[in-house]
Each structure stands twice: as structure tokens, then as C-alpha cells.
Design a protein around this ligand. Structure first.
Ligand code: NCD
Ligand code: ZN
Length: 354
């Protein structure tokens, strides 16, 4: 065993800064996967109907804690960090009230129609949401951005780059002190922007965008379980993401964007966007960092950079991974449905130590 190829890795217990837990039986089926690995997670508000008020977020939080307890994981094993779904009608008062609860940590911007359950999203950010953004800037509440334009004239693969020009730059010119997280970054354009921009900006990066390029969608046939939004991009973009995630920059941190859908809605003529990665999130990230020869950077990315940006304490526990083959199960139970995890049947190089 040489020093260059460590066989185990112990890091401070990580957090997931972008997660879809859903509700009801799906929540009950998936929450344990996240709680086993992560101390905290930023929980996305794109339920049906979306979580648009502080009161709804508090109720949703109770349902999550109940599901954690039902899963037998112990009371302090997992802390959900709640978010609000920004709409054209979100008021400054709603933002202040949500912030004052101490358990609602951010506000999510979905451009209307950009992705799963985003119909109630924002139609024109600077026109309709200035009061809410003003309040967030003042109290230091981050705006989490799904950074894709929805203009049908823009090629699907260019929507992140065009969003930077059309929305991100004008937004940050008008609100230069607003904390912004560019969620699930997928392009070199995004990496360059986040690396160089002035002011409080950061980005989350998923494991699947670090491990796969868009060829994965079509390898041997059309593979719906690799379909997510923003969609996987060219290899040059994947390489830029790996470079960013493993760099010294504190602006990049872990966000799985794990998004469970029933198997029947993925394997469908009009399949849902979203990859289920909560089951094996840290194994996927460790495999990506290990392949880049930068396992030494995983702790900063997974456990340090996120809390620093959000102004939260670093966790106290630890998590250990070992270099042992992990074969991803073909399916998982999800209420009355089946759930297919990303890369089902494939073998990863790293396993979690229980
Ligand atoms: C997410 C979902 O299913 O809720 N899907 C996805 O492809 N990532 C929505 C989102 O984060 O865009
Ligand atoms: Zn998401």
C-alpha cells in the first residue's frame, strides 16, 4: 500500500447542500439513505404544491423529522435545513418570518417551467421579486438558483451559459451583497463565472456531473436513469467541474441533487428528470475524487466549504470510507413503487464503513 493510494478515508461528517426528499411514502423510503451519511441537508421545496410559506416549511420539517424517527435513526442523527420556494408573489414579510424561525435557511429560485414541479416558479425575477431579494440581501439569506433559461429558442445544452448572461449577472449587479448559490453547476462557463465573480457566490456540484458526461445518456441505448436537469454535458465541462470541486476554492461544495422518481415515470415515453444518488452519494463522490487523485480535497468539498458559506458550524462527527468494491443494487423499494439508483448494477471503488 503506497502513500499515494490510501485505503481508508475519514472525514468530518458531511452535509448535502441540495436534496429532494419528497413527501409521504417516498420521503419515508429515502430519508434513511441521506441520514446515514449526512448530518444536514438543504431540502428542496418543489413539492406539489410547492413549499412557499414559512408555515408550510415548518410543517414539512416536522414530517421529515417524523420519517427520520420512524426509520429508527435516532433523534439527532439528521437535521433538515428548510427552504422556501420563490414565486412572483413572495413578500418581504414572508422572507423575514421564515428567517426568524431559525430553521429555514434559504430560498430557491426555479425559473417557471425549468424542471420537475417548477410551474409555480418565477416568470421575471427582477420585475417581480425585488422586495423579497432586498430582504434576503439584508438578512443574509442565500438565494439558491436553478441556473437555466427556459427560452425554447435556446438549445438545451446552452441554457446554463445563457442564464449567466441574462439573469445571473443582472441579478448580482442589482443585489451585490445577496448570497447566491449556483445550484448543480454543469458547465465550464459556470465554473469560470463562479470562480471569478465578485461578492458572495458559491456553487454546488453533483456526483453524477463529476463522474459522467452526456455520452452516458446514450451508451448502448437510451438510458433514462442518467437523465436529470441540468442535463449531463460534454467531457470538457465534466473536466472543468472536477477541477473546480478538487481545487482550493472554498466556493464549490457538495450538493447531490438526489431526486427520486418512481421507476415507471423514468422508464417512460416522457421520462422525469432526476437521478437517485442518495443511496451511494459519498461512494460516488469518493470515486470521483479518487479518480482525480484528489481524495485529500474531499473533506473541504463535502464538510467545510458549505457550512462556511451558509454561516453554520462545522459538524463534529466523522464518516469513514474504505477502498472496497461497492456494487450498486438494481432497484430499491419506494412505497408501492420501485426506485432505480443511478448506475444500478455498476461497481464503485469506494464503500462506506458502517
Ligand atoms: C429535480 C426533481 O426531480 O425534483 N430534477 C432534476 O433533474 N434535478 C428538480 C431539479 O432540481 O431540477
Ligand atoms: Zn434539484
Amino acid at each position: 500500500m503506497s502513500e499515494a493510494t490510501p485505503q481508508t478515508l475519514t472525514i468530518i461528517r458531511p452535509d448535502d447542500w441540495h436534496l429532494h426528499l419528497r413527501d409521504g411514502p417516498t420521503l419515508a423510503a429515502v430519508v434513511g439513505d441521506t441520514a446515514r451519511q449526512f448530518q444536514r441537508a438543504i431540502v428542496m421545496p418543489n413539492l406539489q404544491p410547492p413549499v412557499t410559506t414559512g408555515e408550510q416549511a415548518l410543517e414539512y420539517r416536522e414530517r421529515i423529522l417524523e420519517a427520520v424517527s420512524q426509520a429508527g435513526l435516532g433523534d439527532n442523527s439528521f437535521t433538515p435545513l428548510m427552504t422556501l420556494y420563490l414565486t412572483d408573489n413572495t413578500s418581504a414579510e414572508e422572507i423575514r418570518m421564515a428567517h426568524s424561525t431559525g430553521v429555514i435557511h434559504a430560498v430557491k429560485l426555479y425559473p417557471a417551467g425549468a424542471t420537475t414541479n417548477s410551474d409555480a416558479g418565477v416568470t421575471d425575477l427582477l420585475k417581480h421579486c425585488s422586495a423579497a431579494l432586498e430582504a434576503m440581501q439584508e438578512i443574509g439569506m442565500p438565494l439558491l438558483v436553478h441556473g437555466e433559461v427556459t427560452d425554447p429558442d435556446i438549445d438545451l445544452f446552452d441554457r446554463e451559459a445563457v442564464f449567466i448572461e441574462r439573469v445571473m449577472i443582472p441579478l448580482r449587479q442589482q443585489f451585490p451583497e445577496l448570497k447566491v448559490v449556483f445550484e448543480h453547476l454543469t458547465t465550464k462557463d459556470g465554473v469560470d463565472y463562479v470562480s471569478q465573480a465578485e461578492g458572495p457566490i458559491a456553487a454546488t456540484i453533483t456526483a453524477h456531473h463529476l463522474l459522467y458526461n452526456r455520452n452516458a445518456l446514450f451508451q448502448g441505448g437510451l438510458r433514462p436513469h442518467w437523465y436529470c436537469l441540468p442535463v449531463l454535458k460534454r467531457e470538457v465541462h465534466r473536466q472543468a467541474l472536477v477541477q473546480a470541486a478538487t481545487s482550493d476554492s472554498p466556493r464549490f461544495f457538495l450538493g447531490t441533487d438526489s431526486a427520486p422518481h418512481p421507476r415507471g415515470l423514468k422508464e417512460h415515453a416522457c421520462g422525469c428528470a432526476g437521478c437517485y444518488t442518495a443511496l451511494h452519494a459519498m461512494e460516488l463522490y469518493a470515486t470521483a475524487f479518487s479518480r482525480a487523485g484528489r481524495l485529500d480535497r474531499l473533506e473541504a468539498f463535502a464538510s467545510l466549504n458549505g457550512p462556511a458559506f451558509y454561516g453554520l458550524p462545522v459538524n463534529t462527527g466523522t464518516l469513514t470510507l474504505e477502498r472496497r468494491a461497492f456494487t450498486i443494487p438494481a432497484t430499491l423499494p419506494m412505497g408501492e413503487h420501485e426506485l432505480v439508483p443511478l448506475a444500478a448494477g455498476e461497481t464503485l471503488e469506494w464503500s462506506l464503513v458502517a
